[in-house]
Design a protein around this ligand. Structure first.
Ligand SMILES: NC(=O)c1ccc[n+]([C@@H]2O[C@H](COP(=O)([O-])OP(=O)(O)OC[C@H]3O[C@@H](n4cnc5c(N)ncnc54)[C@H](OP(=O)(O)O)[C@@H]3O)[C@@H](O)[C@H]2O)c1
Length: 264
């Protein structure tokens, strides 16, 4: 009988303190991977790793990484490779793009959002590439989001970053393929994380509508009539990172309950 999907793989997950990132850390660990998670604050990351480790029954390594800091990605990738004895999988799930319409956004919000989600992923992938080459191959995954293909008023920053990230990953896939490294973008629709709930709370304050009313409307908008759970997303990511998808690279895989109606 086949073993766990990610048996013995060494995985670094940025945004591992967040909703989707920590769910992926738990799922990867359950599938036999050794996992390091990154978060921007040392103590919160250590506490998050400790709590996750208790839940999964396996040690999760904490690595501090504030992607707004120059050189931080290279240091964190090196630290994770040291802790895990090398790297086979890197997942970039860090990001909290600013909400707002163009006319209300400040230049600083654009720059901070790109620094964390877009340049953060570029820096982490750049630093991780030599480690994956040393391992003889591997998988690089970035999280985008449906707004990258279906623009929405008030989400211009996230949409722009997600589109750029998908393009970056496609180019990376072509460059990395000769080394046996796959590069994929996973594109989530609405998943129930603290970030998504905070966005709805803010919308509730802005519009005067209740959170429950907005939540119901948002779920009704999805063909499957609900937000996904972080665990559903994480199981899918574990499959994408595994050899089940060994012939899949350079593509974006959407998981959105049918939200995006476009043809591609
Ligand atoms: N949830 C959804 O429905 C959804 C939909 C579409 C796209 N996405 C994308 O999926 C990714 C994860 O989303 P999520 O819902 O899990 O969000 P989340 O719970 O808010 O997690 C965001 C993660 O990003 C990290 N982060 C924020 N600022 C950082 C910084 N300066 N340096 C390093 N890390 C930083 C956070 O770490 P700290 O807290 O430690 O700073 C946290 O781990 C994001 O890129 C988001 O845009 C999510």
């Amino acid at each position: 009988m086949a073993g766990p999907l990610l048996d013995g793989r060494r995985a670094l997950i940025t945004g591992g303190t967040g909703g989707l990132g920590s769910a992926m850390a738990a799922a990867f660990s359950a599938e036999g991977a050794r996992v390091a998670i990154c978060g921007s604050d040392r103590e919160r990351t250590a506490a998050g790793a400790e709590a996750l480790g208790r839940t999964c029954g396996h040690r999760i390594e904490p690595v501090e990484l504030d992607l707004r800091r120059e050189g931080a990605a290279a240091r964190a990738v090196a630290a994770a490779a040291d802790l895990l004895g090398g790297l086979d999988i890197v997942v970039c799930a860090a990001g909290a793009p600013a909400d707002g319409r163009l006319e209300n956004l400040e230049a600083r919000q654009w720059r901070d959002s790109f620094a964390v989600k877009f340049f953060g992923a570029v820096d982490v992938m750049t630093a991780a590439l030599p480690h994956l080459r040393k391992s003889g191959g591997g998988v690089m995954i970035a999280l985008s989001g449906v707004l990258g293909r279906e623009p929405h008023p008030g989400n211009i920053v996230a949409g722009t970053i997600n589109a750029a990230l998908e393009n970056f990953m496609k180019s990376l896939a072509v460059e990395a393929a000769p080394y046996g490294i796959r590069a994929l973008t996973l594109c989530p629709g609405p998943f129930d994380t603290l970030r998504m709930r905070n966005i709805l709370q803010q919308k509730s304050r802005d519009t005067g509508k209740s959170f429950d009313e907005l939540f119901a409307a948002s779920q009704a908008d999805v063909p499957l009539q609900r937000w996904g759970t972080a665990e559903e997303f994480a199981r899918f990511a574990a499959v994408a990172a595994s050899d089940v998808c060994s012939y899949m690279t350079g593509t974006t895989i959407t998981m959105d309950g049918g939200l995006r109606r476009g043809a591609f």
